[in-house]
Design a protein around this ligand. Structure first.
Ligand code: ACO
Length: 428
């Protein structure tokens, strides 16, 4: 029998159905709330208790530290799958067959050229521009070069838009970096895998060959898989919200990139390494920074710690921590900030402030250390996150459109002035 929630307002009772997901998560369905109560709404800043949609893409249990894409455990995908396979899984719902994966990759490669005029736009940015801003602008600009709107009822149209953005986005990401460091804007090599080709596009020098390093390719592949989706986080909700007005895929993604940029979200990976560097330069006194993080008068927060949903270990952080040790070992890199990070983690896990608030390392605590060991500069950390999150954004946008979700439009509780009369400027 389906469950019912009863709400009582001023002695009057209202009943609402409780909907249950496939993992037994319950939600009170308040679709009829305003209509049945005569205008009462709910208030939930930050949407801490609000489900914005039903979704079949990613399952996350923050209490138990579980993350699954389309039913597959993140630990298994990180170990056995490659990034493009995971992208296909997220977007289309099933792991691809060999033929499907080959076709997917071939179609992406066929769409990986970017109009030469895009280079003129990049030229207009100062070298100092943050690559996240550049990337968000360029992704939005892609609409101008590919103006045909996607007919979401046509599977072919939808597929073409998806391979187009998956093809062009790594080029734009690499170009955002190359512009910053003054390298010519160039393409990679269609004979390479998706991730390998991206690395070549980033690092190929005008003279000399680019040699692939398998350790780096595998590590990046894994990092991208770990970032590929995370259900209704800030940037994904943004993508769904913008897309809900029937704005196209590219601009919806562009908005998601802007949301990801903030230091409380994707920008945390850059903030973590800057924090660790700062601690190192200040003599490596982790206790001092632990005290700052706990001091409510001090705005300092331990970046890479805490998560809106995980109140237990972030399962991605566990995989990344292990990977950081392996990658740095394989590459022969000795990075003192890894020791500082481990020291902070150890202290935090034994400190009642962090334990009581269930603050654990999140995905970003160790990722920057791996990026740095790969030679990826700090300001490119968040663009790397965007590259990884792209399939998730696409999958969520596609799901939202296929389910014909209504336009996103939250309510508010107005707390401003009541009606008052206009005073002429001389009387104010
Ligand atoms: N350092 C110190 N204290 C913290 C931290 C932190 N990193 N994170 C949370 N707290 C404290 C808060 O001060 C608050 O304390 P109080 O109850 O005494 O007031 C309590 O823990 C709860 O924190 P909130 O900010 O209410 O938690 P919320 O769910 O809103 O925020 C967030 C989650 C934004 C991730 C937060 O933990 C944070 O700012 N962390 C650092 C930034 C970061 O690493 N972001 C990346 C998140 S992962 C991602 O987006 C991919």
């Amino acid at each position: 029998m389906s469950k019912i929630a009863t709400l009582e307002i001023d002695g009057k009772k209202y009943e609402f159905p409780i909907t249950t997901g496939t993992e037994n998560e319950s939600a009170i369905d308040i679709k009829a709330l305003r209509a049945s109560t005569g205008g009462v709404t709910t208030i939930d800043p930050g949407y801490k208790n609000t489900g914005s949609c039903e979704s079949a893409i990613t399952f996350l249990n923050g209490e138990e530290g579980i993350l699954r894409y389309r039913g597959y455990a993140i630990e298994e995908l990180a170990e056995k799958a490659d990034f493009l396979e995971v992208a296909y899984l997220l977007i289309f719902g099933e792991l691809p067959t060999k033929e499907q994966l080959d076709k997917f990759h071939t179609d992406i490669k066929a769409q990986s050229h970017v109009d030469e005029d895009v280079k003129k736009i990049i030229d207009g940015f100062p070298k100092s521009a943050h690559p996240m801003g550049v990337l968000s602008s360029l992704t939005s600009a892609l609409v101008a070069f590919n103006p045909s709107s996607v007919n979401v009822d046509s599977e072919e149209d939808m597929y073409n838009a998806i391979v187009r953005i998956l093809g062009k986005f790594p080029v734009l990401t690499a170009w955002a970096y190359r512009k910053r460091v003054g390298l010519p804007l160039d393409y990679g090599d269609d004979n390479l895998g998706y991730v390998e080709n991206f690395l070549k596009m980033m690092f190929k020098k005008p003279s000399g060959d680019y040699t692939t390093n398998k350790v780096v390719v595998d590590a990046l592949d894994k990092l991208l898989i770990l970032h590929a989706d995370h259900e209704q986080n800030c940037s994904t909700s943004t993508v769904r919200m913008v897309g809900s007005s029937h704005a196209g895929l590219f601009v919806s993604i562009s908005a998601g990139i802007a949301a990801l940029w903030g230091p409380l979200h994707g920008g945390a990976n850059q903030a973590v390494i800057e924090m660790l560097e700062g601690i190192k330069e200040d003599g490596g006194d982790t206790k001092k920074y632990m005290a700052k993080a706990k001091d409510k008068q001090d705005p300092f927060r331990l970046m890479g710690f805490g998560h809106r949903v995980y109140k237990n270990f972030d399962p991605r952080a566990k995989i990344i921590k292990k990977s950081a040790d392996e990658v740095l070992g394989d590459l022969g890199v000795d990075d003192p900030v890894l020791d500082i990070a481990k020291g902070l983690e150890k202290e935090a896990l034994e400190d009642s402030y962090f334990v009581d608030r269930k603050l654990y390392p999140n995905v970003d605590f160790y990722s920057g250390i791996i990026y740095r060991a790969m030679g990826i500069p700090v300001e490119m950390f968040t663009p790397m996150f965007a590259l990884g999150r792209l399939p998730g954004w696409i999958a969520q946008w596609r799901e939202m459109r296929l389910r014909k979700e209504p336009i996103g439009r939250p309510r508010q509780v107005y707390i401003g002035e009541n009606l008052r009369s206009f005073k002429k400027i001389d009387n104010r």
